[in-house]
Design a protein around this ligand. Sequence first.
Ligand code: DI6
Ligand code: FE
Length: 396
Amino acid sequence: MQSAYVLSNARLATMATPVEGLGAVVVADGAIAWVGAQGDLPDAFAQADRHDMQGRLITPAFLDCHTHLVHGGHRAREFEMRLEGASYEELARAGGGIMSTVTATRAASEDALLAQSLPRLDALLAEGVSCIELKSGYGLDRDTELTMLRVARRLGELRPVRIVTSFLGAHAVPAGTDADAYIDEICIPALRAAHAEGLVDAVDGFCENIAFTPAQIARVFTIARELGLPVKLHAEQLSHSGGTTLAARYGALSADHVEYATDTDARAMAAAGTVAVLLPGAFYAIRETQMPPVDAFRAHGVPMALATDCNPGSSPLTSLLLAMNMACTLFRLTPDEALRGVTLHAARALGLNDTGAIAPGLRADLAVWNVETPAELAYRIGFNPLYQRIFGGRLC
Ligand code: DI6
Ligand code: FE
């Protein structure tokens, strides 16, 4: 066996078969070769290099399964305007909101977008993240949508991280454009072009009264299906607009935000295997008061993932640890649910089966923490106890 090493004397939160007391993880060739109780370590690994974890906690590395991390500029002025009384929707309708970031993103060169995005990526990595989903959606024209996705791919070459892209051409209706014409003449051709360049892993949309109707999103999803791409959707964020039903109908990987989703929506998601991606950063930043139907998700067995929604408007957040704390404090998730939400269920929301848990055969994407219990990760506020990030077996 080549390059095998053992992480010994660790507490383990596996998201798979539980290990009581101190355990060990054997990593070989970038994958997990064995995991179990310290005393059960097979003789075959007795000679392998050992890293004594001294009782630290090992979790799967985190995945941030919903971000708009690639974008130009910021919206600090809008933050001030909201403090003066304007609502998120009012700003959007007045040509601010997403459209103001579209203007800033179109004005930035590819290199400038990369340079602006890197510190946000690094902030996530510093908290044990190994995989990040990045969306387009601040171009709303073919060239800028493609540029955003190219930047996303380049980020994955510059840092030890796995990047999953989503095409979000249906994010906002550009000023002076008819929504239907935009979908048919700009969004769908841009999707085809981005797909042809290998830039698209999934297709997303914003189904909302300030964005697109279910019928308009369905036209984009139909093309996604034709191209063999999975779909996901920003659904029921500001109102009940029918997005979750649509997402379930297309077998979506996830329906995201979902504050205004109903019990019926939760049933449809469960039947379709659609993950609920909760985004407490956006709930917090726009001072939403409608809680996502967490009890219905639990009752119907809808897996709940958690993400930052890192974006310059509704969630300028680059901390999954804080997202975990917010999910517990604001949405009443348990710390275990929060941890599952940024590991196993986040992987599922991205359609990934090779990461998100600590089990033999999976990628060795791990995070080692200076804490004793998983609950400590969600409990502290603004404190980063990461000791070591491991990406594909590589100590980072
Ligand atoms: N919902 C969101 O929370 C982000 N996009 C979306 O569809 C917000 C994007 C922004 O305000 O720039
Ligand atoms: Fe979003």
